[in-house]
Structure formats: C-alpha cells, structure tokens
Design a protein around this ligand. Structure first.
Ligand SMILES: Cc1cc2nc3c(=O)[nH]c(=O)nc-3n(C[C@H](O)[C@H](O)[C@H](O)COP(=O)(O)OP(=O)(O)OC[C@H]3O[C@@H](n4cnc5c(N)ncnc54)[C@H](O)[C@@H]3O)c2cc1C
Length: 237
C-alpha cells in the first residue's frame, strides 16, 4: 500500500505489518491447537464466527497478535495529540540533530470557515459565536503565513550564526511538519481510531486517523468490518 497524503504536506505510510485476521484465530485457539480452519460463506460461516465472537465479547488479547508500523509526517500540534496515546511506540526525527524543513501547515480557507461557522456541540471546535466572514478568514491566513515566514527567518538566522539547533528551533511554530514512526498492535490501533476518528476529535488528527484506518482495513479486512459495524451500532444508539 502506497503513501497516503494528508493535509497540505503530510502523509501516512505503512512501513511494515505483522499478523492477519487468520493469526488472530490461530492465537485464540491455543487451548485446542486446532489453528485456523478457513473462512466460510454467508450460508455456511467458518472462522468468521469465532472472529466475531471474540470481537463482540471483548476477548481482546488475540487482537494484539497483529499490528503495523507506520511513518507519519504531520504538524507538531497533531503529534502533541497523537503522543497522548502512551501505549504506542514512537521514534520522532530530532530537530536537535537536523534542521527542520520550512514546511508549515496552512489550513485551507474552507477549513477555517467551516470550523468557525458550523453549529456544533463540540465546544473545542467552535468560534466565538459570531459569523466569520471570508475576508476575515483570508486576512487571518495571510497573517499566519507572514508569521511563519518571520519564524523561519529567525530560525535560519540562528542556524547560520551557529546557535545550537536545539535552541535555534525555539521560534518554530506548532504548525511545523515533523516526522515519526509509530508502532502498535491492532487492538491498540482500534482504540486510537475509536477516539481519533470520532467527530469530537480535531479535524486534522481525524484526517490522519482516517488514513491509518485505510491501512488497518487493508491488512485486517475482517476485523475492520467488525470494528466499523460496532461503530455504526454505537452511533445509532
Ligand atoms: C476528543 C478528545 C479530546 C481530548 N482533550 C484533552 C484535553 O483537553 N486535555 C488533555 O490533557 N487530554 C485530552 N485528550 C487526550 C485524552 O485524555 C487521552 O490522553 C488520549 O485520548 C489517549 O487515550 P488513552 O489514555 O486511552 O490512550 P493510551 O495512553 O494509549 O492508553 C490506552 C489504555 O491503556 C490504559 N492506560 C494507559 N496508561 C494508563 C495509566 N497511566 N493508568 C491507567 N490506565 C492506563 C487505559 O486503559 C487506556 O485507555 C483528548 C482526547 C480526545 C480524543
């Protein structure tokens, strides 16, 4: 599976994966040693019955037998949210060692307008209650870009003068793109997606979560089906 582009400069990419829907079944059958017996049909179901039983009854440990490592390029503010998921493993590029590229997330006008002007019960996603005009939104994005440019001038000046990179980076905004690898098992990824694909999550990390979802769906299609079915049931309640 190739690189999935996210936001204006970011991406999510599969580095490697392990396990499968079949290995979840094999792990669950440790007591009997019967292994994976094969998927069935709608008329004559096979091991999809056991997979659904495990999933729906929260017998979660077999879902720890598979997982993926991904590479992510995202703004630092997205990583701030992402790294709260303590049970994933991370390695992030270090701006102490290499200079950061001059790449900052610039939200589209549509994103700014929709975020500000859409009625939502999510307080964190609301504006100040007054309509935001297209002109004001454009002015704000213009000022934002000017600030990014100024921040880069100060950053680059520091690098050129010989200020240590770990200090030269101080003006870099949280919109600056960084890169990391994140590793987790399938159970863990589904917990991440439950929280970060939800409407309450910030739109930017939701875009990343949707890309991770594509990777998970590709590698674990039957578990993915159970996960999405469960989400539909929860959202219709
Ligand atoms: C919409 C949204 C809004 C948020 N707003 C805020 C906010 O305003 N401020 C803020 O600080 N955070 C906020 N968060 C972050 C949130 O509080 C969690 O830190 C984050 O979602 C990670 O979830 P987690 O702890 O379940 O994940 P993980 O850290 O990956 O943990 C997975 C599971 O392991 C167990 N676990 C891990 N560590 C511990 C521990 N130390 N003790 C007990 N059990 C543990 C828990 O069962 C946990 O669910 C927000 C998250 C979302 C999705």
């Amino acid at each position: 599976m190739g690189r999935i582009h996210v936001l204006d400069e970011g991406y999510v990419e599969l580095v490697e994966g392990w396990g499968s829907d079949e290995s979840i079944i094999e792990a669950a059958r440790m007591s009997t040693g019967k292994g994976f017996n094969g998927w069935g049909t709608e008329e004559k179901p096979g091991d999809e019955k056991l997979l659904a039983f495990l999933y729906n009854n929260k017998h979660a440990t077999p879902f720890e037998m598979g997982g993926v490592v991904i590479e992510v390029k995202a703004p630092i503010f997205v990583f701030r949210e992402w790294h709260r998921h303590r049970t994933q493993s991370y390695n992030e590029m270090s701006a102490r060692y290499i200079p950061l590229l001059d790449e900052n997330y610039v939200p589209s006008l549509e994103r700014v307008m929709v975020g500000a002007n859409t009625a939502t019960s999510n307080k964190q996603a609301q504006g100040n209650g007054k309509p935001l005009t297209a002109e004001d939104a454009a002015q704000w994005v213009y000022e934002l870009q000017a600030l990014y440019d100024q921040a880069q001038i100060v950053y680059q000046l520091g690098i050129n003068l010989g200020v240590p990179k770990e200090l030269a980076r101080l003006p870099v905004p949280v919109a600056r793109y960084s890169r990391m690898r994140a590793c987790a098992n399938l159970r863990n990824w589904l917990a991440f997606l439950t929280l970060r694909q939800a409407p309450a999550a910030q739109w930017e990390i939701r875009e990343y979560a949707n890309a991770v979802g594509e990777i998970i769906a590709d590698r674990f299609p039957r578990t993915w089906e159970l996960f999405t079915k469960e989400k539909q049931v929860v959202s219709s309640k």
